[in-house]
Design a protein. Structure first.
Length: 115
């Protein structure tokens, strides 16, 4: 996913907050540095490590999102956008379980681009 373009697009569409995930903490550190450098005025985003199928990762994302969003958020998401997530067929069940964890409402929109 083009982090800068897509995150800015979500913000332009009225997203109150954006949570960026990846399974690799080093990738997230690079993304944070890049985003802070290019868009220092944007503060309504957080990053979280998310490894599909790893106990506690999805719950941690929900917990930190709830803390970040404060009274405005339940920890679940209105929109989930993903890319490069479906190339490992064995990971699909864990991916679906994570999406279910994040979308405790029937109102969540999920969009996944094929790898």
């Amino acid at each position: 996913m083009d982090l800068n373009k897509n995150t800015r697009s979500l913000q332009a569409l009225g997203a109150h907050s954006v949570t960026i995930t990846d399974g690799d903490a080093a990738v997230l550190e690079l993304a944070k540095a890049n985003y802070r450098f290019n868009f220092p005025e944007q503060t309504n985003w957080i990053t979280e490590v998310l490894r599909f199928g790893v106990d506690g990762d999805a719950a941690s994302v929900v917990k930190h999102r709830r803390e970040y969003a404060g009274s405005l958020g339940s920890g679940t998401f209105d929109v989930i956008v993903g890319s490069d997530l479906t190339y490992k067929r064995d990971d699909w069940p864990a991916f679906v379980a994570s999406v279910k964890e994040f979308s405790k409402s029937k109102e969540t929109t999920v969009s996944v681009a094929p790898s």
